[in-house]
Structures are given as structure tokens and as C-alpha cells.
Design a protein around this ligand. Structure first.
Ligand code: DCT
Ligand code: MG
Length: 508
């Protein structure tokens, strides 16, 4: 292990990573062989050039430090085509027959997309015209004017899975998780909101100027962004990743049924590995934790979309055997378009009789037990009847009947072979949540179970901006003292006076 470097302990380090950033990528890192990029330092500066070089290389682009005849794309900032040509003439080396002369916005879009994007007129540098005029803003080059209008609420932003700022959001996700482990709610929220707003930006943050006007970025957060821009990493994140408590909590909470309290207990008892915990005779595990340990390897390997779809077919088959008119919707991350998840969530509802509904989940479990398709289940009865008002607590659990289970997915159910499956294995343990809601509550339940930070901000928005209370069951207008009905998610957005945001735009 390397000894701690003093430079990493000082709050503002001076670019220790720059030499690294300017080293050429090894050939195996290069994904796009036909493209040889050269970034012009003139008018861009060393730091920004190094930062862009590193970002582009991380995404698999070949970025050369020196101009050579193999260069196919020259990227410049605040230079006209004529400026670049003039510069090229001064260089002794000839570039390839006709390299593309492009504005930096093209490279930034490529970095954001993780692949080369089409070169359009807005990217091409024009020869014989002053390029630094405002006729070619390039939406992703610098923050668009829309930055001024970015809402502090995730429910007023469109957040797709196309994250242009992953280098920053990964850092804030780790810091938020660490605060969660330390039960430091305020800091956790600060970092989560920062990550969330950055995920919604249509451009990559490249300099501190780009952060101007963006909400949810306080001085602490900005300090971290600045450090990442300068050094390519944050010393605080590095320290967290090396922290024993963080590592232990991360490990312990990866077991199904283990939360913060149990992790804290095990950590205090001096445990640092799962094998030590498992072999400790004095520890008593819940039924859920025992199942968590038993199927650990399968459960930590994420669920793919193909696996989720295969589970979906079996869920529908079982539900429709008892309630042919039931609606079964995959919710959670998969509804938001994610390709991977830690579980598969389903919402079930039926316009039929409530009695049949009440029995449904138990009947499905009985059927699956007979077929050997369920490895563990915990059926939680509905507490919905006792409810009068939607809960004021933003993170409160809902009161629908639900079943948390570990499904035994047979291999032949998958269309394509899964690379994650061990050879010879005939099934995989998959975490599944089934939620059953009354038919007239389905829009609220669907909105809630589609999840992410988006959902929490929707509730916060309702409370603070509309004097309404929203939860997974209902929307209550405190001023009018009435419950607002809704058949669809669109109607809920309309009640709240919000533009409708599609599920795949809710990855906040
Ligand atoms: N949810 C809820 N009440 C709960 C638990 C969850 O309303 N008690 C909502 C919020 C998120 C959604 O259900 C699905 O939860 P997760 O499966 O934890 O999140 P996810 O977005 O599906 O992420 P993952 O891909 O990790 O499953
Ligand atoms: Mg999920």
C-alpha cells in the first residue's frame, strides 16, 4: 500500500494528476480506433485541456498529446477555423490529409454520449469568420441560458439515464452514502441533492463557471467539484473509500435483511468481514438475514433487464391464474429504463372485488411454493384501512399489502444466456417486491413505486409549494380540505401544477 501523501491531506492540492492525464491511453482502453483526437491548448489553457483529455480517454477516445499526421480530429475552443489553420501552418508537422476542425462542444457531447456523436454544422469550425461570436453557441459547450431556470426540485427537472457528469455524481453518491451510514441526515441530503441536480444537466461541468446559477450546489459541494476539476478526484471521497467504517457498512448492508442498526452492531463488535459474521456462534440472525446469507452471491450480482422480464412473465402468469383482470406493472428502476437493478418491483391492482384482492398474494405464494419458485417470502398485510390522511413523513412506508421475496428464476426462462450466470447453474435467486393496491389508488401507488429522488422531491414540492400532501396512496389539498382523485400519473402532475415528466426522465 502507498504511504499517505501529504499533498492529499491539504484542502487544495495543485494538480498532481496532470502528468497522468497527459499520458497517452494504452491501446486496450481505446474504443474508437478510427478517431485520433488532438486538443488545441491555445485559448483553452493547460488545466482545461488536461481535464478534457482525461475525461475523453476514460470514455475510450484516443487523444494524442502531440500533433502528428495520424490526427483525424482537431478540437479547439474560442478559435475560429482560420485561427486553427494559422496555428497548423506554424507547426512543422503535417496533420493527416484533412483533419476535421471542430469546436470543443463536439468533444463534450462525445464524452457525454460515451461514443462519437455526429459532426454537424454547429460543431464545425468555420474558416474566414470570427468563431467567437454568438452565432454558434452549441448547447453543450457552456451552460445554456436555461441554467438560470433549473429548479431546486427534481420533479421539475427531466433526468434521463444519460448522465453527463458521472465523474462528479459518483463522488457525491459515495459521500451521501457515507453520511447515511453515519446517520448524518443533513449532509446526506446535501450530497444527494447535488448528485441529483448534476444528473439532470444537459452538459458536462468543465470549469467552475459552469456551476453558476445551478441550485443545490453549496460551498462545500462546489469545493469538491473544483477539486475534481483540478485533480480528477476528490480527496474526501478517497478517504471515505478507504475508511474502515464505510467499507464495513457497505459490506454488511449488501446482505438482504441487514440495515444500519445491525451493521452498527457488527461493526462495534469488531467484525470486518462477512465470513467472520457468519461463523460467529453468538450472533442470532433473522429469517431474512439467513436467506440473505444463503443466496448472497446471486443477490449481490445485479438483476439484468432480461432477468426482470423473465420474472415478469412468471408474475403475470401466476397473478392472472387467480385474478384474470388484474393489471401488473413493473415499477422501480426498470420502469425508469434502467438496465440493471438490485430487485424487480411490481405493482398489482384489479378493478374486481376486494376480497379476491386480499387473498391474491398469499395464493401466488402458495402456487410458487408448490412449483418450487420461491426461496423466501415475507407477506406484509395491508394497514390501509386505518389510514385517514396521507402521512406527513416524507419517507414513510406505505400501507399496501406487499410481499418481499426471493424468487428462484429457472435458467430456461431466459431468452439469451446470461454472462453473469455460473456454468452449470440452473437457477438464480432474485429479489422481487410485489405490491397490491386498491384500484382507485393505482396512479398514486405507481408514481410512488417508480421511485428515485424524483418521488421524494415531488412530495416536498407538494408540501412546500402547493400546501398539499402527497404519498403513495393519495393527494390531499390542505387549503380545500379535500382528497384529489386521479386515474393516471398525468392527472397527479396536473393537480400539482407540474409539467408531466415521463418515467425514464425521473432518474434523479
Ligand atoms: N418505495 C416506496 N416505499 C418503500 C420502498 C420503496 O415507495 N417502502 C418506492 C421508492 C422506490 C421504488 O419504490 C423502488 O424501490 P427500490 O427497488 O429500492 O429502488 P429502485 O429505484 O427500483 O432501484 P434498484 O434498481 O436498486 O432496485
Ligand atoms: Mg427496484
Amino acid at each position: 500500500m502507498d504511504p499517505p501523501r501529504t499533498s492529499h491531506l491539504s484542502p487544495r492540492k495543485k494538480r498532481p494528476r496532470q502528468t497522468g492525464a497527459l499520458m497517452a491511453s494504452s491501446p486496450q482502453d481505446i474504443k474508437f480506433q478510427d478517431l485520433v483526437v488532438f486538443i488545441l491548448e491555445k485559448k483553452m489553457g493547460t488545466t482545461r485541456r488536461a481535464f478534457l483529455t482525461e475525461l475523453a480517454r476514460r470514455k475510450g477516445f484516443r487523444v494524442e498529446n502531440e500533433l502528428s499526421d495520424s490526427v483525424t480530429h482537431i478540437v479547439a475552443e474560442n478559435n475560429s477555423g482560420s485561427d486553427v489553420l494559422e496555428w497548423l501552418q506554424v507547426q512543422k508537422i503535417q496533420a493527416s490529409s484533412q483533419p476535421e476542425l471542430l469546436d470543443v462542444s463536439w468533444l463534450i457531447e462525445c464524452i457525454g454520449a460515451g461514443k462519437p456523436v455526429e459532426m454537424t454544422g454547429k460543431h464545425q469550425l468555420v474558416v474566414g469568420r470570427d468563431y467567437s461570436d454568438s452565432t454558434n453557441p452549441g448547447p453543450l459547450k457552456t451552460p445554456p441560458i436555461a441554467v438560470q431556470k433549473i429548479s431546486q426540485y427534481a420533479c421539475q427537472r427531466r433526468t434521463t439515464l444519460n448522465n453527463f457528469n458521472q465523474i462528479f455524481t459518483d463522488a457525491f453518491d459515495i459521500l451521501a452514502e457515507n453520511c447515511e451510514f453515519r446517520e448524518n441526515e443533513d449532509s446526506c441530503l446535501t450530497f444527494m441533492r447535488a448528485a441529483s441536480v448534476l444528473k439532470s444537466l444537459p452538459f458536462t461541468i468543465i470549469s467552475m463557471k459552469d456551476t453558476e446559477g445551478i441550485p443545490c450546489l453549496g460551498s462545500k459541494v462546489k469545493g469538491i467539484i473544483e477539486e475534481i476539476i483540478e485533480d480528477g478526484e476528490s480527496s474526501e471521497v478517497k478517504a471515505v473509500l478507504n475508511d474502515e467504517r464505510y467499507q464495513s457498512f457497505k459490506l454488511f448492508t449488501s446482505v438482504f435483511g441487514v440495515g444500519l442498526k445491525t451493521s452498527e452492531k457488527w461493526f462495534r463488535m469488531g467484525f470486518r468481514t462477512l465470513s467472520k459474521v457468519r461463523s460467529e456462534k453468538s450472533l442470532k440472525f433473522t429469517r431474512m438475514q439467513r436467506a440473505g446469507f444463503l443466496y448472497y452471491e446471486d443477490l449481490v450480482s445485479c438483476v439484468t433487464r432480461a432477468e426482470a422480464e423473465a420474472v415478469s412473465v412468471l408474475v403475470k402468469e401466476a397473478v392472472w391464474a387467480f385474478l384474470p383482470d388484474a393489471f401488473v406493472t413493473m415499477t422501480g428502476g426498470f420502469r425508469r429504463g434502467k438496465k440493471m437493478g438490485h430487485d424487480v418491483d411490481f405493482l398489482i391492482t384489479s378493478p374486481g372485488s376486494t376480497e379476491d384482492e386480499e387473498q391474491l398474494l398469499q395464493k401466488v405464494m402458495n402456487l410458487w411454493e408448490k412449483k418450487g419458485l420461491v426461496l423466501y417470502y415475507d407477506l406484509v398485510e395491508s394497514t390501509f384501512e386505518k389510514l385517514r390522511l396521507p402521512s406527513r413523513k416524507v419517507d414513510a412506508l406505505d400501507h399496501f399489502q406487499k410481499c418481499f421475496l426471493i424468487f428462484k428464476l429457472p435458467r430456461q426462462r431466459l431468452d439469451s444466456d446470461q454472462p453473469s450466470w455460473q456454468e452449470g447453474k440452473t437457477w438464480k435467486a432474485i429479489r422481487v417486491d410485489l405490491v397490491m393496491c386498491p384500484y382507485e389508488r393505482r396512479a398514486f401507488a405507481l408514481l410512488g413505486w417508480t421511485g428515485s429522488r424524483f418521488e421524494r422531491d415531488l412530495r416536498r414540492y407538494a408540501t412546500h409549494e402547493r400546501k398539499m400532501i402527497l404519498d403513495n396512496h393519495a393527494l390531499y389539498d390542505k387549503t380545500k380540505r379535500i382528497f384529489l382523485k386521479a386515474e393516471t400519473e398525468e392527472e397527479i402532475f396536473a393537480h400539482l401544477g407540474l409539467d408531466y415528466i415521463e418515467p425514464w426522465e425521473r432518474n434523479a
